[in-house]
Design a protein around this ligand. Structure first.
Ligand code: PLP
Length: 359
């Protein structure tokens, strides 16, 4: 068996060292005589894994005691509804920034719960840029401001946050742990695990404790953030294996030197790929250079008729899942933390050789 370079946007490549460790522990976790999948979530063994995952994540992101770290089930899409269900209680509306496919989906779900103010949108620019923050129509009496800091499909990322008194609620599914962030600037951060954290099925949710008081009795108990915090994310059986893998990924990240160290590598990876794309008239990326994602790099071929051949040949060369999202087409290379520089270089070498053969 040989592993290939996997450019899938999610479920994405996991660090090989993590998979090997999980494999070694599969039949017998630390002398328990069973795997993590087979032990009670209330056992001391699993409770120690959960505590370790929380502690490591808190260290990696420098999360203060003002925040609760929750492991929520369902996927980031669940949070699109769960967030307004919990946080608009007592408010008339919520503000949303519209920068692409994922923020649009969040808006659609929020509309089931409250009046949504779309404070700015780059839809008219085909989501290739981010609205100027000084032009945002923020309503400071709203429940919160929601944004998606990395649009996985469009390949659009922004690091700065708008100035506002509102709690900022951010979908960081495809950017969490890839770059340094200041958690204290956010009211709530959420991230589906299957990109930079672990397997699908668990969502990291970091919520400022004062916001827990908003979660009303009308919210289903399994969805209620206050209830989840009070029960250490264990109202019912949590996705134990996903949390265990997340803990191993956090351990790996600490071994790499933490978020700052991985961010430096991520900058080099993205720079190399964008530089190559920009140097060629065979490939192009449509996103405003100021907002190009470090994690998801969409690109198109000048000659669209070569797309299926590109995918076939790249797959044969051990470069997997380079097709763009089904809604937009083209190509997309997702280069999360687990993708080494060698993988990005292999992609660039392939793209160069493909161009030489087919131009
Ligand atoms: N938000 C972003 C930015 C995403 O990239 C995705 C999935 O790729 C989602 C939300 C939805 O995640 P899930 O499939 O876990 O519901």
């Amino acid at each position: 068996m040989s592993r290939v370079y996997n450019f899938c946007s999610g479920p994405a490549a996991l660090p090989e060292a993590v998979l090997k460790k999980a494999q070694a522990e599969m039949l017998d976790w630390h002398g328990a005589g069973v795997s993590v999948m087979e032990m009670s979530h209330r056992s001391t063994e699993f409770m120690s894994i959960l505590a370790s995952a929380k502690a490591r994540l808190s260290r990696l992101l420098d999360i203060s005691d003002d925040y609760e770290v929750l492991f929520v089930q369902g996927g980031a899409s669940t949070l699109f509804a769960q967030i307004p269900a919990n946080l608009v209680n007592g408010f008339e509306s919520a503000c949303y920034l519209d920068t692409g496919a994922w923020s649009s989906k969040a808006i659609k779900e929020a509309k089931r719960y409250t009046k949504v103010n779309v404070v700015g949108s780059s839809k008219e620019q085909n989501y290739t840029t981010v609205p100027d923050f000084s032009s945002l129509k923020l309503d400071e009496s709203a429940a919160y401001l929601h944004l998606c800091a990395n649009e996985t499909i469009g390949g659009l990322e922004f690091a700065d946050l708008p100035e506002t008194s509102l709690p900022i609620v951010a979908d960081l599914s495809s950017t969490i742990l890839s770059r340094k962030i200041d958690v204290s600037k956010y009211g709530l951060i959420y991230a589906g695990a299957q990109k930079n954290v672990g397997p699908a099925g668990v969502v990291i949710c970091i919520i400022r404790k004062d916001l827990l008081a908003r979660c009303g009795d009308n919210v289903p108990s399994i969805w209620n953030f206050e209830n989840l915090a009070a029960n250490d994310s264990m109202i019912n059986t949590p996705p134990t294996f996903a949390i265990y893998l997340a803990d191993l990924v956090f351990e790996w990240l600490e071994e790499q030197g933490g978020v700052e160290a991985i961010e430096a590598i991520n900058i080099r990876k993205a720079q190399a790929l964008y530089d190559f794309i920009d140097s060629s008239d065979f490939y192009s990326n449509p996103v405003d250079p100021a907002y190009r994602s470090r994690m998801n790099v969409p690109f198109i071929l000048a000659d669209e008729s070569l797309e299926s051949l590109f995918l076939k040949e790249s797959e044969a060369a051990g470069l997997r899942t380079l097709a763009g999202h089904r809604s937009v087409g083209g190509m997309r290379a997702s280069i999360y933390n687990a993708m080494p520089m060698e993988g990005v270089q292999a992609l660039i070498d392939f793209m160069r050789a493909f161009e030489e053969r087919h131009r």
